[in-house]
Design a protein around this ligand. Structure first.
Ligand SMILES: Nc1ncnc2c1ncn2[C@@H]1O[C@H](COP(=O)(O)OP(=O)(O)OP(=O)(O)O)[C@@H](O)[C@H]1O
Length: 419
């Protein structure tokens, strides 16, 4: 993560940026807030980090912001949290307008809490002290605050560690304390900024499940930042994919996987490979493509014309490995002929790297191993093959000082999930 909320974050020095649950009304939210962002622009001097971002997320939904480093995820989260000011556009939480180009509600009045990659616990407070700190604005009777604090710690499995200081806890335990601190005051919006990045794989998986269940239990709307597509698919009700400061797709995980809006989205969410070809036929959404002398079927994902150069983007799940068939050396038969370059054991079976005349395909799964050098056929499931016309990519957006006009077809209206 290149940018955290506070680059030299230390809870003692950064109280303004340590966003903890505190409602504007100081009353707990009974449920999450609807989140609406419209025409959001954020510029840092000459750098435009976010351009014309719009989204509309129903209360209680779990939104994942997915994108590579520098795509603007943290910037958007900081704008939602209120620790950065919008250059243009609006942000609404529930019915409240919390930011526009002129007005700006501070973080402590937005009814939200945030969980960071590096926990951001107060080092001089115990686990109970850190969690209880989030309740300070509620002015609850001491006994009630203590009861809630301990219930939250119990809920994350740390009831017995309430009196330990952060340095006496493991990374995973510290993150659980941060999670308890985030939910204890029942905020309407929970923001997670790559909270699992510092943890090892096994712990990451367990905490991911805890985050998902705890967030849904408390009914908050959640916005979760990650550059890890498997984390995004596992957690999200909806995924917002950011590419160089633009929101390029907002959809359910299933739709992002089955109908990626752009080649970038397809690449970022996992491909076995990209094969160059030319469009043979297109009807409705089904296209046939000439690839290395074969004809392959896929889903037309752009507005390509017959004979136009296209790219066939292939999901790993769309590949099936078959033994080489007679005739595979010439242009007859279904699928692509190939040779096994490499294979890796994956527990349930083997991932193969296959060299075909059109290009290389990786992550071609089969339960059985096919030895290096073996001739094979790769059959392709049209549902997992996307046909995009080969067009020049828009120039880098973030580092370009002048505002460019949006690409054809781009809309400034908020992206919505169809019911
Ligand atoms: N305070 C700042 N001043 C100038 N440029 C900034 C500032 N904060 C962010 N940027 C730029 O804005 C762009 C988006 O940054 P941002 O941190 O939001 O990306 P990100 O997707 O969260 O990346 P990462 O996953 O690495 O954290 C980057 O080009 C970054 O250099």
């Amino acid at each position: 993560m290149s940018v955290a909320l506070d680059r030299d974050r230390h809870p003692i020095r950064a109280e303004g940026n340590l966003v903890t649950a505190t409602a504007a009304s100081d009353a707990p939210s009974s449920r999450g807030h609807r989140l609406r962002v419209a025409g959001a622009v954020k510029r840092y001097g000459q750098v435009t980090a976010l351009r014309d971002v719009g989204l509309d997320i129903a209360a209680g939904r779990f939104l994942v912001l997915l994108g590579p480093s520098g795509s603007g995820k943290s910037t958007l989260a900081r704008l939602l949290a209120g620790v950065e000011k919008l250059t243009d556009g609006t942000i609404r939480l529930g019915d409240a307008l919390v930011a526009d180009g002129r007005s700006h509600l501070p973080p402590e009045r937005r009814d939200l809490a945030m969980v960071f990659q590096d926990y951001a616990l107060w080092p001089h407070l115990t686990a109970a002290g850190n969690v209880g700190y989030a309740l300070r604005r509620r002015r609850l009777p001491t006994a009630e605050a203590r009861r809630r604090t301990h219930a939250a710690l119990e809920r994350v499995g740390l009831g017995a560690h309430a009196d330990r200081y952060p340095h006496e806890l493991s990374g995973g335990e510290q993150q659980r304390v941060a999670l308890a601190r985030a939910v204890v005051a029942e905020p309407g919006l929970l923001l997670f900024d790559e909270p699992l990045s510092n943890l090892d794989a096994d712990l990451r998986e367990r905490l991911r499940v805890e985050i998902a269940t705890l967030t849904r239990e408390c009914g908050a709307t959640a916005v979760y930042i990650t550059h890890d597509q498997s984390e995004a698919f596992a957690l999200a009700d909806e995924i917002a994919v950011l590419d160089r400061g633009r929101l390029v797709q907002l959809a359910t995980p299933e739709t992002v996987y089955r109908r990626p809006a752009t080649p970038f989205v397809a690449r970022f969410t996992g491909l076995a490979g990209e094969l160059p070809g030319s469009l043979a036929t297109a009807r409705d959404e089904i296209a046939t493509v000439r690839v290395a002398g074969r004809t392959v079927t896929g889903r037309l994902a752009g507005d390509a014309r017959p004979d136009e150069a296209v790219s066939l983007l292939v999901r790993p799940a769309a590949t099936h490995l078959l033994p080489a068939r007679p005739g595979d050396g010439d242009t007859a038969g279904d699928g692509l002929p190939g040779t096994v370059l490499d294979l890796a054991y994956r527990g349930r079976g083997y991932d193969h790297v296959i060299v075909t005349p059109a290009g290389t395909l990786t992550s071609v799964f089969d339960q059985h191993p096919h030895a290096r050098g073996t001739a094979v056929t790769v059959s392709l499931d049209p549902d997992g093959c996307f046909v995009f016309p080969v067009r020049p990519e828009p120039a880098g957006l973030v580092s370009v000082p002048d505002l460019r006009s949006p690409p054809p077809g781009a809309s400034s209206s908020p992206l919505r999930i169809p019911a």
